[in-house]
Write a protein that binds this ligand. Structure first.
Ligand code: ADP
Ligand code: MG
Length: 627
């Protein structure tokens, strides 16, 4: 047989290598930012367009390159950072593999402009798919500007694989955060589609965290600091009461390099054990310094995983240090185990004397006297809170199945009318409790533990989970609204100003249009603030912040791999936030209306998150119990 093995041409080898190094625009951002840091830049500017799909540009004022170096920098295994294999264990630079630029140039249109301090004239090189298309002398300031355009232009499959702009932008911002946090002394600027997103002046680490995550972060931080023979730890953990539902701010840096480590993450989790609710995620910004000889960075092409010589000791030390810090700042119940873990008393409460909580009990309540009691209690609820939000019986007619009706605030006259009709209805219902003839749930319902609505049906009885049922109702109607774009918005007399981190503001901006279709109105977007001028009719003004926070958290938690449909996610999140909660007492009309709405849904039996909404219990099942 003839020889068949051939050496791959360089551009093919580079493309293959690129597959490992460059997964998405954010990978380019990371490599270019790291090169600028290695070049000792003091100011670094990142410019992206269309989530980096059209342009990723990094401008630095670092040491620049000579003409020869500029040309060589795009060769594979071309690096100024190591000379021999031993150097891998004395690394003080971010890069060392010499493959980032070669990889990027293989799969994009790249322009490089660079000049060193000692030269008058700089160099400009253009490369497309590993081919140099032009090289010229140019007048530029000292430093380097690299523009990466049309990423994956020659690999359509990779390009198609990229996620939506909002997801890719989020990845970019994540990388930007990691690099900016690791180097607070460097000034970083980021522009997204021409608009400034971050402007981070040279500062210390605490200021950097605050500049990135918002002014309110400052009071949430607890310093951590410890030094042993093998590791020095500095940084902050976030007070337990601010632990988030989403895995937000969790950062490990080792020798100024962001790394991922499940093992060390676990050390922090165990330090927080008992201080945060199950499912909540502690926040941390921890900077470890170790001897470069004691770690191996060269185990993963993206250099985010590293191997420690003595991982167990680092684990133990981290856990103890974080525990100690939480204790020292009176956050953890170190000595007094009876104390509440949430010890932070807001200042304004300092001087007030405590008031004993009161519990209100309806001593006359008798569950077996349902008809009269129900009408009585309904009456008072309606009176106390005439605009509570559920529709009147009139609105609850079969012809009105629009979801807004469920929440439309009642006018006073209407609620008066309503009260009258309720009294009448419940009287009427009295005799018919065991006579339900239809297959659908009858009009007669009662609530079990403020959680389930029980209703007799022809074959037995039906148990409906009130929260999941309402989620289904809201989900279908919001989805309709978002698609047909006809939500009703209530305009706020005084626009609501809400603070978010810059990243969260970006996220909201990305889904602004969809949110507007559900009834939100936005008047102003600031750097860390958003002004809301209109809200969906179904939402109370006081709930807006929570609803948006939940939404942001859900978007962040959404795995990009999971076949992302933004509308669906958004609507699920809103439905979850807005649905009537377990534990809420519902009047008879509210129960009935919910059932009515539920059975007007396309899929009444499962919740938007695929949980069963209801179950039935047949009389024959009951019969078996009585044998
Ligand atoms: P590595 O960073 O692993 O050395 P790269 O492919 O990222 O490999 O870069 C190759 C070389 O190009 C670097 O070693 C460095 O000498 C040079 N270089 C890249 N970017 C810059 C920059 N922004 N400023 C100065 N030199 C740079
Ligand atoms: Mg590099």
């Amino acid at each position: 047989m003839a020889d068949i093995i051939q050496l791959l041409p360089d551009h093919v080898a580079n493309q293959i290598a690129a597959g490992e190094v460059v997964q998405r625009p954010a990978s380019v951002v990371k490599e270019l930012l790291e090169n600028a840091i290695d070049a000792k830049a003091t100011t670094i500017k990142l410019v992206i367009k269309d989530a980096g799909k059209t342009l990723v540009q990094v401008i630095d004022n670092g040491m620049g390159m000579s003409t020869t170096d500029a040309r060589l920098s795009f060769e594979r295994h071309a690096t100024s950072k190591i000379r021999a294999a031993e150097d891998l264990f004395k690394l003080h630079t971010k890069g060392f593999r010499g493959e980032a630029l070669a990889s990027i140039a293989a799969i994009a249109h790249v322009e490089l402009k660079t000049k060193t301090e000692d030269l008058e004239i700089g160099t400009e090189i253009s490369i497309e798919g590993s081919e140099v298309t032009s090289q010229e002398a140019v007048v530029v300031t000292t430093g380097t500007t690299i523009s990466v355009k049309n990423l994956f232009y020659n690999i359509p499959a990779r390009r198609n694989f990229l996620k939506s702009n909002s997801v890719e932008t989020r990845h970019i911002i994540d990388e930007f955060h990691r690099v900016a946090l690791a180097h607070p002394q460097i000034e970083f600027i980021m522009l997204n589609n021409g608009a400034p997103v971050f402007n981070l002046p040279s500062s210390n680490i605490r200021q950097r965290i605050v500049n990135i995550f918002g002014a309110k972060t400052n009071e949430k931080l607890v310093p951590v600091s410890e030094e042993t023979d093998i590791v020095k730890v500095d940084g902050f953990v976030v007070k337990p009461q601010f632990a988030k539902k989403s895995r937000g701010e969790q950062f490990f840096f080792v020798n100024d390099r962001y790394i991922k480590s499940h093992y060390l993450h676990h050390a922090i989790l165990s330090a927080f054990d008992g201080l945060i609710k199950e499912g909540a995620h502690p926040g941390y910004f921890l900077f470890l310094e170790v001897d470069t000889k004691s770690i191996d960075i060269n185990i993963h092409p993206t250099k985010t995983e590293i191997k420690f010589d003595d991982e167990h000791s680092i684990y133990a030390m981290l856990r103890a240090t974080v525990k100690h810090s939480l204790g020292q700042f009176s956050i953890a119940p170190v000595l007094d185990f009876k104390k509440d873990s949430d010890l932070d008393t807001p200042y304004e409460y300092d001087k007030k004397s405590p008031v004993a909580p009161t519990i209100e009990v309806d001593r006359n309540f008798n569950p077996f006297e349902r008809e009269t009691k129900f009408s009585g209690s309904k009456f008072s609820i309606q009176q106390d809170n005439p605009s509570k939000g559920y529709v009147s019986r009139q609105a609850n007619s079969a012809t009105n199945t629009s979801w807004e009706a469920m929440y439309v605030g009642l006018k006073n006259e209407e609620s008066q009318l309503d009260v009258a009709s309720i009294e009448f209805e419940s009287e009427e219902l009295t005799g018919s409790f065991f006579e339900a003839e239809s297959n659908a749930p009858s009009d007669i319902t009662f609530q079990l533990q403020n959680k389930y609505i029980i209703s007799p049906i022809k074959s037995g009885l039906m148990v409906i989970h009130q929260n999941l049922a309402h989620q289904r109702v809201l989900y279908e109607s919001l989805l309709k609204n978002i698609t047909v774009k006809e939500a009703i918005s209530q305009q706020l007399l005084f626009p609501l100003q809400l603070q978010f981190s810059t990243l969260d503001i970006e996220l909201i901006k990305n889904i602004q249009e969809q949110l507007e279709h559900t009834g939100f109105g936005f008047s102003v977007f600031g750097k860390e603030e958003v002004e809301i001028s209109g809200i969906p009719v179904s939402v109370k003004e006081s709930e807006i912040k929570n609803v948006l926070e939940q939404l942001i958290s859900d978007i962040k938690n959404e795995l990009p791999e999971a076949g992302f449909s933004q509308n669906d996610l958004l609507v699920k999140s809103l439905a979850k936030s807005l649905a009537v909660k377990t534990g809420t007492a519902l009047t008879l009309e509210e129960q009935e209306h919910l059932i009515h709405q539920l059975f007007a849904c396309k899929e009444p039996t499962i919740s938007p998150t695929n949980k069963p909404v209801l179950m039935t219990l047949d009389v024959s099942d009951l019969d078996k119990k009585f044998k």
